[in-house]
Design a protein around this ligand. Structure first.
Ligand code: ADP
Ligand code: MG
Ligand code: MG
Ligand code: K
Length: 355
């Protein structure tokens, strides 16, 4: 019998569209002999709908979604609730694959629902997802563990509003321009800017607060962007690092999804000892953040000194067939559809261990 896998995509997130692209790619590459795929889209408003069209036709236009279908939190059921013509039925499922980037999906919220339901799910758990989503908590934890990273400051909206001059002065004394300003909970570079002077800084802070009530100021590092893919629960596998060459001044939303000309270089061209240092750090960071299933651990490597700095962990990384995570795994000998098999078995293994 086939494993019934519900794939969740879309979501109430600024990364809604890209999540659909990732999920489509995953569903197209799932072995139809092994899996019965149940595609569930979450609209931008947060409605859970069953997709009844062909996977090839899936796009962000939201046609062929009409039946309400959501995960039941009732752990005695381990099922989806399907509501059609005002009648509710349960559909048993074996695994959930949340392919939701950003808020309300990558941040522990959906993982919480799946914990309640007791259905195995792909990827990191509640705490790990939440910490990796929150750049402020992630950086504080990394600091506590002695992970190398650039200088940062966390600023809350209410405090900033009350003492703007104090914060601008403090930032200018603690950092030197340029600095990066980012919402604490962000992804796909949404709300992130590089500020070169005070005027930029004020605008950047304003912009970041449009997305979150907590933001980070970070020293800009003149760096190459290096990423590692990590896979596993107790035993972890760390891929060779890859490099991103952004098409813009930094790896902005445009550089990620609009220009189509940012480059992925696999493996990253770095001296052997730097590669070893990065791989070692990626494995340690994965453990420190208690990741399981998968995560992509991102670094900056100083262009002049090759000093390695931790940037962030992405627990549901971009997953189209040309995205960095699957590409790095493929380079390491795990092709795309085998990677999906592996993630699903890791999900089942983790759920069993809790018993
Ligand atoms: P996201 O989760 O949205 O990807 P990141 O923190 O990775 O957020 O920032 C997005 C991009 O902004 C990075 O890939 C990089 O290009 C640039 N960036 C962010 N912080 C810094 C920094 N401290 N120094 C240099 N570049 C940075
Ligand atoms: Mg991110
Ligand atoms: Mg990033
Ligand atoms: K993250």
């Amino acid at each position: 019998t086939k494993l019934k896998v519900a794939v969740l995509f879309g979501g109430v997130s600024t990364e809604h569209e890209i999540s659909i692209v990732s999920a489509k790619s995953i569903m197209q590459n799932m072995d139809k002999e092994k899996y019965e795929v149940i595609p569930i889209g979450i609209t931008k408003e947060g409605k859970w709908l069953l997709y009844t069209g062909k996977i090839e036709d899936l796009d962000s236009k939201w046609t062929q979604f009409s039946i309400e279908c959501f995960v039941s939190p009732d752990r005695t059921k381990k099922a989806l609730v399907k509501i059609k013509d005002s009648e509710a039925t349960f559909i048993d499922i074996d695994v959930v694959f949340p392919v939701l980037h950003g808020m309300n999906g990558e941040d522990g919220t959906v993982q919480g629902l799946l914990e309640l339901s007791d259905i195995p799910y792909v990827g990191c758990g509640v705490l790990s997802s939440a910490i990796c989503m929150d750049k402020a908590f992630a950086k504080k934890l990394a600091l506590l563990e002695g992970i190398p990273q650039g200088h940062f400051l966390v600023v809350y909206k209410n405090e900033y509003s009350a003492k703007k001059d104090y914060f601008i002065k403090r930032i200018e004394s603690e950092f030197s321009y340029p600095v990066f300003v980012k919402p604490a909970n962000s992804g796909s570079s949404v709300g992130i800017s590089k500020a070169k002077d005070r005027e930029d800084l004020v605008l950047a802070i304003h912009e970041a607060f449009l997305y979150d009530t907590k933001i980070l100021i970070e020293q800009a590092i003149n760096a190459r962007e290096i990423e590692c893919a990590v896979l596993g629960n107790d035993e972890v596998f760390v891929s060779e690092p890859g490099e991103i060459i952004p098409s813009r001044e930094f790896y902005s939303y445009e550089a990620k999804y609009i220009d189509n000309s940012s480059e992925l270089i696999i493996p990253a061209r770095l001296p052997k000892e730097v590669i070893e240092e990065i791989k070692d750090l990626a494995g340690r960071i994965y453990k420190i953040f208690e990741c399981c299933g998968m995560a992509r651990v991102d670094f900056f490597v100083d262009k002049d000194t090759n000093k390695v700095y931790f940037n962030e962990v992405n627990t549901i990384p971009g997953f189209t067939s040309i995205s960095m995570y699957p590409k790095l795994m493929e380079f390491s000998g795990i092709p795309y559809s085998q990677l999906i098999d592996k993630l699903i078995s890791l999900a089942i293994e983790k759920n069993r261990q809790k018993k």
